[in-house]
Design a protein around this ligand. Structure first.
Ligand code: UT7
Length: 325
């Protein structure tokens, strides 16, 4: 049966490394606190001249090259992000322009940290409808632009980066099952309060910090563990698989304690869990495609492997995908 398969992956992160030692000089924190509470040692931050669209385009070029798909043959470009270069146009349109992929339909989706999973799930539906399509799914963020660098409870967590995947039809490999969901009941635990149409930029009386990501971390933590476990169990069941069948677990990289807790609850041994949070921190929609691309290019992931992708983020949004490589 025809499946929607990932034909190629790519990634691009900024050159500048911001270490925990650097952050010690900026806010009241310590390498020890950040490492033990989050697993993060450093993150990448854009410098002058590095933009969301440059990172997203480079990741996309690599994915297209691996997939051996020409940009001109792309039918759809989906960019999961809430930090692209402009409010308008969509970041996907900027990548389309840079790639000269003029045949494509390009749009962004706002799924926060689950955005790449949402993007893949949309791509899968399109491919099932028309197996001839070639779809580029991007997860990219410049979170440094919406980070309050005076708030130690959030600024130590985030980083910038981009990952991408080209999706097309295949009879052997591909997506076996998809599960997505949202829980909006406590959306205000993780949000950017201002800068939208309710509190537009420069609206009088809106404090500066409202334009940055705000999070009640310890509350969000509990939901993250719960929904990531639920999403993983549901998607495995839909595929007729059990956690022990999985060769590689690629969870959203928000906190090493969340990753370890979810893996433990699922009974997946840590050797099968792909972790790179120490290098990049939380890059929202970009964590999973970056980790996937690293694991593919390092030769960890091999043809025929069963992979579980699992994410949770602002909204709340959550979702998981099982695929055969
Ligand atoms: O991307 C998807 C969604 N995001 C997540 O899934 C993130 C979920 N949450 C987390 O990862 C964790 O909750 C954090 C890493 C954000 C925080 O870790 P925590 O263990 O939940 O700490 P906490 O917020 O309960 O704070 C514990 C203490 C507090 O001090 P008191 O009140 O105990 O004196 C904080 O003020 O740690 C303090 N603290 C810090 N200390 C040093 C908070 N941030 C820092 C910091 N450095 N950077």
């Amino acid at each position: 049966m025809i499946k929607a398969a990932i034909l190629g992956t790519g990634r691009c992160v900024p050159k500048k490394i911001l270490t925990n030692a650097d952050l010690e000089k900026m806010v009241d924190t310590s390498d020890e606190w950040i490492t033990t509470r989050t697993g993060i040692k450093e993150r990448r931050i854009v410098s002058e001249g590095e933009t969301w669209s440059l990172l997203a385009t480079e990741a996309s070029r690599q994915a297209l090259e691996m997939a051996q798909v020409a940009p001109q043959d792309l039918d759809i470009i989906i960019a999961a992000t809430f930090t692209s270069d402009y409010r308008l146009p969509a970041g996907a349109c900027l990548v389309q322009q840079a790639l000269k992929a003029y045949k494509a339909t390009a749009f962004d989706l706002a799924g926060a940290c689950t955005g790449f999973i949402y993007g893949l799930s949309i791509a899968e539906k399109f491919i099932k409808d028309n197996p001839k399509l070639k779809i580029l799914v991007i997860g990219a963020e410049v979170l440094s632009a919406v980070t309050n660098w005076e708030d130690r409870s959030t600024c130590v967590l985030f980083g910038d980066g981009a990952g991408a995947a080209v999706v097309g039809a295949d009879e052997e490999k591909g997506i076996l099952s998809v599960y997505t969901g949202s829980d909006p009941t406590v959306w205000d635990l993780l949000c950017v309060p201002a800068g939208g149409s309710l509190y537009p930029p420069f609206k009088e009386g809106v404090p500066k910090e409202e334009y940055f990501v705000k999070m009640k971390g310890n509350e969000v933590f509990k939901y993250a563990v719960r929904y990531m476990e639920e999403a993983a169990r549901t998607v495995l069941e839909k595929a007729g698989l059990e956690p022990k069948d999985i060769d590689w677990f690629i969870p959203h990289q928000a906190n090493i304690r969340i990753i370890n807790m979810v893996a433990k609850r699922l009974g997946i041994p840590l050797e099968k869990v792909i972790v790179n949070i120490e290098k990049y921190g939380n890059t929202s929609a970009a964590t999973i495609p970056i980790a996937l691309d690293e694991a593919v290019r390092e030769g960890k992931i091999k043809r025929g492997d069963l992979i579980l992708l699992d994410a949770f983020g602002g909204g709340f949004t959550y979702g998981a995908i099982v695929l055969k490589w």
